[in-house]
Design a binder for this molecule. Sequence first.
Ligand SMILES: C[S@@+](CC[C@H](N)C(=O)[O-])C[C@H]1O[C@@H](n2cnc3c(N)ncnc32)[C@H](O)[C@@H]1O
Length: 225
Amino acid sequence: MYEFRGTTLQDAVHQALRHPALSTKKLAKVAAKFDFTARMRMGSVLFVGEGNLSFSLTMSRKPHVPTSSILATVYEAEEDLTDTAYDNARKLLKLGCSVKAGVDATQLYDTIGKRQFRTIIFQFPNVASRDPRYGQNPNHVLVTRFLKYARNHLKPGGLVVISTVDSPFYEGAFKMDEAALKAGFTAPAVYTFDPKNYLGYTHQNTANEESAADGHTAFATFVFS
Ligand SMILES: C[S@@+](CC[C@H](N)C(=O)[O-])C[C@H]1O[C@@H](n2cnc3c(N)ncnc32)[C@H](O)[C@@H]1O
């Protein structure tokens, strides 16, 4: 039986039925994982903040993915890329994808112009600083700004997809529902995410940081439409 944090799906369904106000959302999270591969097959995907580019490479290698419509980007300048990122960039190019360095997810127009995509993906957004910005957690500010800018680069019916650690601490840091609202999206649908399902994906830390994923076992994917 599918288990989520020690709760069986059946238990979760019963819990949610007993407390209907308690969450359709929680139920969706327990029940499903986001189908990245199906989405990739629709083509026209932008990856931002890809770090070592291993997630975009893993997904671009899936069968029947139209690689020529994929743009994988990293925040860092080309000269600052790690050897792994360089290596993965070469592999992506060989597959027919495009790769771009120095792309700020909060100022997409500056580097990708007016290009629009069906899906925009940011895996484990994280800024190195913990200093509040405008009285807010800097990760909340990052995600809110990213969502605002990403909207202009979505084709009709497009989705923005963000994965993070699933814990009260991270929920408090990102405040995804609030970020969605500020950026003009409805509250995101929440799915489970397990990095182990993506062979070849090796999560990269933000510079000088412990990994956002290290020591955590529960992850979530937020889908904004
Ligand atoms: C925890 S790492 C995750 C890297 C990669 N997405 C992964 O899952 O392995 C966070 C990433 O966010 C990137 N980042 C931080 N601020 C950004 C911004 N404004 N625009 C784009 N990427 C940013 C960092 O460069 C870093 O690579």
